[in-house]
Write a protein that binds this ligand. Structure first.
Ligand SMILES: Nc1nc2c(ncn2[C@@H]2O[C@H](COP(=O)(O)OP(=O)(O)O)[C@@H](O)[C@H]2O)c(=O)[nH]1
Ligand SMILES: [Mg+2]
Length: 283
């Protein structure tokens, strides 16, 4: 998890690799974490993908707030992308992706048919930052592990294509890009959801960030899970953290309480949650 160190040289290399692969595909599946749809996007994604048709795949739907997921879907559609929320882990709604791809690429498919191609085809690749679930999506989408060989000269050499159905093939390896870890709030969101290595942030800071979020958004969940009364749950977050450390049996070990909150949030023990809503100027 999150072990890739992104130095400028690695970013340039990752970008080049993705851009090479992009030449081979008709459309892109941009995989993001539905709990942090913007924070889990690569900062240069739009520039890198360009005008290539795109399906925003909001993965880990099972962990996210359904109402906010619906807002994000509307938001991405308003920007001209297709968008779908899925739970790749439990193979929920994945079969809608090939259908959506065909819908999005209807004009291209029609053109192929008009040229007399009996079985028109589409090629796509998954792109996203680490840990959003790219590999899980890929593996769950594939019906046949058969390479649809790269018979175009040059570029397609060594690329494997995997069939999701008769029409849609996927590049065998996803494109991996870096997260926006230079922004502190974004870093916090990614740390709380487990998208970046715990070592990047102090767990007490991340835990406090999470605690504040749940105090605002889901105080009842906090009360229930940690047996808090109405007065305790409205304490300033750092004071509540001290109370929690005591209740959890960690004495005055604030860090262990913070760690536990992070763990519980990631496990979904505080309910499904989404840390951000579309604000209209995200792009
Ligand atoms: N709860 C949940 N977990 C998921 C889902 N998709 C992937 N995961 C988990 O997220 C982690 C990262 O997934 P992986 O496919 O390796 O991400 P990648 O780095 O983008 O290829 C793994 O532990 C997966 O089991 C999902 O839809 N729901
Ligand atoms: Mg992977």
């Amino acid at each position: 998890m999150g072990t890739i160190q992104w130095f400028p040289g690695h970013m340039a290399k990752a970008r080049n690799q993705v851009q090479e692969k992009l030449k081979l595909v008709d459309l892109v599946l941009e995989v993001v974490d539905a709990r942090v749809p913007e924070a889990s996007r690569n900062p240069m994604m739009n520039e890198i993908v360009g005008a290539k048709p795109r399906i925003m795949v909001l993965n880990k739907k099972d962990l996210a707030d359904p109402a906010k997921t619906a807002q994000w879907i509307d938001y991405y559609r308003s920007l001209g992308y297709e968008a779908i929320a899925i739970d790749a882990q439990h193979a929920k709604r994945l079969n809608q992706i090939p259908a959506l791809a065909k819908q999005l690429m209807a004009a291209k498919l029609a053109k192929q048919k008009a040229r007399g191609i009996r079985n028109p085809s589409l090629r796509a690749m998954c792109i996203g930052i680490p840990n959003v679930g790219k590999s899980t999506v890929l593996n769950r989408l594939i019906k046949k592990n058969v390479a649809v060989t790269g018979n175009r000269p040059g570029v397609t050499k060594n690329q494997q294509w995997l069939k999701t159905d008769e029409t849609l093939s996927l590049l065998d390896t996803p494109g991996i890009l870096w997260p926006k870890f230079d922004d502190e709030t974004i870093g916090m969101k990614l740390a709380l959801t487990g998208a970046i290595a715990d070592s990047v942030f102090q767990e007490d800071t991340v835990g406090l960030y999470g605690l504040q979020f749940f105090q605002q958004e889901a105080p009842d969940k906090l009360r229930f899970l940690y047996h808090l009364n109405a007065d305790e749950v409205t304490l300033p977050a750092h004071e509540l953290m001290v109370v929690l450390a005591g209740k959890m049996g960690f004495g005055d070990n604030y860090n262990r309480a913070a760690e536990r909150i992070i763990f519980d949030a990631r496990q979904g023990k505080l309910g499904p949650f989404t840390l951000e809503v579309p604000d209209g100027d995200a792009e």
